[in-house]
Design a binder for this molecule. Structure first.
Ligand code: GDG
Length: 454
């Protein structure tokens, strides 16, 4: 069987993989990260200059090959073009985007450096699977060096509407680079339609059944949504519910319902809007006031990007304002943690929570929505409130779907969830759990690698 080569921006240090981590990639790829696979990417470390060759370590049969990034490259490629330009544009938030031509030049150079360091590690029949928006140009660099292997790409985040994609000055060059892959995978049919629309409006390329012909090569654009391992997550949630920290949590609630949010601290996750909706709920539904406690876990992320620091300050301010206005001597309405919690603890907290509040303004998939469902107790399940603008929404119609910008609508959904009868909660949960089991991490990996090998 051909070897699988996974290429992603970050590759974790295998010695540290048991610690708490926030981010969906390792969760979704678990199935493919097995013995024999090569995982190539950035070590997460910076040095004076970007490495020319990779450093390889074998752990449990999996080879981790990493390069360090030069400090200046890290700033321009990672903080600059990837997270300051592509991330907000792809999430359709151009107001947060900055564009600097110098950053884009470095982005291309770093993509080239990834390709250069990967080249000597490649074997002729390797299947290469590249991940996400930081690495749009690696395949084109590999092709220019003569690599003819099958190369696939999966976009974890949304693809923006064509009119917004065109806002990027190098829009055309980015699309052309993407067409160096054989397979391009998207989370939803909506994202694929946007991509095909951009190919048509910017490059004048038509697509037939999602297949585009470019420079005598065929590129298939497919929809392969990412998922989780629902049964092992459910097991983790069940185990933790018996533990001491879970008991402490339950005692601290004093019979009140827990509502939970778990997100990276990122402006796409809609946290200020969520806090506003909770405030609106407390204002408009005084009968529920002392009956609910909202726990938001916000794992720090990209703190070197200015917009992420201001978001943190904004949330500190809103937390103080909500708790100042509504707390009682024996009740705090909002518990807000800006720390990464261990995964097993997150699983247990989901299970205790009567409501899972997942309200990104825009999200590729959102694995938290799936994890929340997997963690529920079938005999007394909680209710998932989910943003219509998360990729997960298209596959989870039994959730309470909301518009995260509509604070009144979200407040109303919280009230509805709190009063939802057991039989309705069970019916929704049963349908959602079946979907989470079916669209799993394993199915995602099998489906994508199946396309890649075809
Ligand atoms: C990108 C796309 C897409 C969060 N806080 C803690 C913690 N987490 C874990 C969650 C979940 C993961 O991080 C987050 O995954 P998401 O899917 O919600 O979001 P992104 O990190 O933005 O991931 C996204 C994903 O890629 C996969 O394709 O779904 O749309 O943006 O697993 O549980 N985990 C721990 N402590 C925390 O405090 N342990």
């Amino acid at each position: 069987m051909a070897r699988l080569v996974i290429v992603s921006n970050r590759v974790p240090d295998p010695a540290e993989t048991s610690g708490p981590r926030a981010g969906g990639l390792a969760v979704g790829l678990a199935e493919a990260l097995t013995s024999g696979t090569l995982w190539f990417g950035w070590s997460g470390k910076t040095a004076e200059t970007t490495s020319m060759t990779a450093n390889s370590v074998v752990h449990n049969g999996l080879t981790y090959a990493t390069i360090d990034l030069g400090e200046a490259d890290y700033k321009a490629y990672y903080l600059g073009f990837s997270n300051g330009t592509l991330w907000p544009i792809f999430h359709m938030m151009p107001g947060h985007a900055v564009f600097d031509r110098g950053d884009y030049v470095v982005y291309r150079e770093v993509n080239q450096a990834f390709a250069n360091a990967l080249l000597p590690l490649l074997e002729p029949d390797d299947l290469i699977w590249i991940h996400d928006y930081q690495l749009l140009g690696v395949a084109a660099a590999l092709r220019a060096a003569g690599v003819s292997n099958r190369i696939g790409f999966f976009l974890h985040i949304p693809f923006p509407a064509p009119a917004l994609f065109e806002v990027l000055p190098p829009a055309k060059a980015l699309l052309e680079a993407m067409l160096a892959h054989d397979i391009i995978g998207f989370q939803t049919s909506y994202d694929r339609a946007h991509f095909l629309g951009a190919l048509s409006s910017i490059l004048g390329l038509p697509a037939n059944d999602g297949v585009v012909t470019y420079r005598n090569r065929q590129v298939s654009c497919v929809v392969t949504p990412i998922g989780i391992d629902a049964d092992s997550f459910a097991q983790m949630a069940t185990n933790i519910a018996r533990r001491i920290d879970a008991r402490r949590m339950i005692e601290s609630l004093a019979g009140r319902a827990l509502m939970i949010g778990v997100d990276r601290l990122d402006y796409t996750k809609g946290l200020p809007e969520r806090f506003d909706a909770y405030r609106r709920f407390l204002q408009h539904y005084p009968e529920h006031r002392r009956q609910v406690s909202f726990l938001q876990i916000a794992a720090p992320s990209r703190e070197e990007v200015e917009r992420y620091r201001t978001l943190r300050e904004e949330l500190n301010h809103k937390t103080g304002s909500i708790n100042g206005a509504y707390s009682d001597f024996d009740w705090v309405p909002l518990r807000y943690m800006t720390r990464t919690a261990p995964r097993s603890m997150v699983a247990g907290l989901y299970r205790i929570a009567r409501i899972g509040l997942v309200t990104p303004l825009r999200d590729g998939m959102n694995l938290v929505a799936k994890e929340y469902i997997a963690a529920q107790n079938p005999a007394d399940p909680g209710v998932l409130i989910l943003s219509r603008f998360a990729g997960a929404a298209s596959g989870m119609p039994e959730a309470l779907l909301v518009n995260p910008f509509d604070v009144d609508g979200v407040a109303e959904a919280i009230s509805l969830a709190l009063t939802m009868p057991l039989d309705e909660r069970q019916a929704r949960y049963t349908a959602l759990m079946a979907r989470v089991r079916e669209v799993s991490a394993a199915a995602y990996c099998r489906e994508f690698t199946g396309w890649l090998a075809a």
